[in-house]
Design a protein around this ligand. Structure first.
Ligand SMILES: Cc1ncc(COP(=O)(O)O)c(C=O)c1O
Length: 390
């Protein structure tokens, strides 16, 4: 064998049976081969297990899928290149021309865009309500056959709590599937409810370190099976190296989520007591309008604390600029704390009435609490609130 051939066929190193690495290898390969054409044909006919091409399956991404399905308490999972890729592929896979989708003003902006603009172009209609309007949901479901009810909880950024059991009951009664974006709550929450499909951005709590993007759809086998070929065909595949990084992040998921939630709860109290703050949105606070519902549905109240500054946009600007440990950046759920003001949030396409329903004001600020020492974060907030008042 000439050296130019050898570099394309390097020596194989097999790990002997009974001798395993503690961390599974990254199968950083696009292609897999079988020993013979007959075996390849048997695989392609679905008569033998195996892997063939990473866009449709890969052992590293499969390991992540199996872990996520178990964490969320469902049978199966498909991962994708980002949270939005998981959401768009799920919406495309589950709807067809003439279908009707129910969604909410409080839904993450790109999800609303996908339902309104992308599905709209393919003849899928939608109704958009407030997540608080259960009577409206009942009326909308009675008015026309509905394929999907798409919602999230807590909502972004003002942490409204969807009544998951009421929504799933109404949807089930009307023959609609529920799709819940569970990114804010995390994989360990809401699994006990009758939700058909969970979608997640893995970019957030799963990775934890904000250095990799990914998304997942988690559901019973029959639904995942029905979506699998569309996911493969659309092709927004998660790279095996990204899957490895997310698997690594998940090892510390529970300790991160709980520590960050505990800091968030403490900072929410600090904000609620400050005169510059008109209102705090944190479901763990007894004063949150849906605290009792959140306490019934959730084990942790999450790491997002939003609040409205009395001084409106100028105060929000002074506050954000004065912070030292909170980066002015999008995203959430990572180990570093982040701040977003209403000027950085989308939603401009909403009508005036819908904007009122969204409860975002000029002085709304969203904090994503990280893993820094809570004393440092508390002092940073105190300094920035003084700046907001000046
Ligand atoms: C609730 C929610 N869903 C989905 C996404 C999209 O995730 P990604 O950025 O991984 O596409 C985000 C991102 O901020 C989000 O907040």
């Amino acid at each position: 064998m000439k050296k130019s051939t050898r570099v394309n066929h390097p020596p194989a190193v097999d790990v002997p049976a009974g001798n395993r690495p503690l961390v599974a290898p990254i199968y950083q390969t696009v292609k897999f081969e079988f020993d013979t054409l007959a075996d390849t044909e048997r695989y392609l006919r679905g008569e033998r297990p195996g892997f063939f091409y990473t866009r449709t399956s890969n052992p590293t991404t499969r390991q992540l899928e199996l872990l996520l399905a178990e964490l969320q308490g469902r049978e199966d999972c498909l991962v994708a290149a980002s949270g939005v890729a998981a959401i768009s592929q799920t919406l495309l896979a589950l709807t067809k021309q003439g279908d009707h989708v129910l969604c909410f003003v409080e839904t993450y902006n790109p999800s609303r865009y996908l339902i309104r603009r992308l599905l709209g172009r393919f003849g899928v209609n939608h109704t958009m309500l407030s997540i608080e309007d259960l009577a409206g949901v009942e009326r909308a479901l009675a008015a026309q056959p509905t394929r999907l009810v798409f919602f999230e909880s807590p909502t972004n950024p003002v942490t409204k709590i969807a009544d998951v059991s009421a929504l799933t009951r109404l949807a089930r009664g009307a023959g609609a599937l529920t799709v819940m974006d569970n990114t804010f709550a995390g994989f360990h929450q809401h699994g006990g409810f009758d939700v058909d499909v969970f979608v997640h951005s893995l970019t957030k709590y799963a990775s934890g370190t904000g250095d990799v993007m990914g998304g997942a759809v988690i559901a019973r086998s029959e639904l995942i099976r029905s979506m699998r070929s569309d996911f493969g065909a659309v092709g927004a595949t998660l790279d095996p190296h990204a899957a490895f990084l997310i698997l690594r992040g998940l090892k510390t998921y529970f300790v991160r989520y709980q520590a960050q939630s505990a800091s968030a709860a403490r900072l929410a109290v600090q904000l609620a007591e400050h005169p510059a703050v008109a209102r705090v949105h944190y479901p763990g606070l007894p004063g949150h309008p849906q605290h009792a519902l959140a306490a019934r549905q959730m084990t942790d109240f999450g790491t997002i604390v939003s609040f409205d500054l009395r001084g409106g946009a100028p105060a929000a600007r002074r506050f954000a600029d004065a912070l030292e440990f909170f980066a002015l950046a999008a995203s959430l759920g990572s180990t570093e704390s982040l701040v977003v003001t209403s000027q950085m949030m989308g939603g401009r396409e909403l009508s005036a009435q819908q904007q009122r329903m969204s409860a975002i004001t000029e002085g709304t600020v969203r904090l994503s609490i990280g893993l820094e020492d809570p004393d440092d974060l508390q002092q940073d907030l105190a300094r920035a609130l003084t700046a907001a008042e000046s």
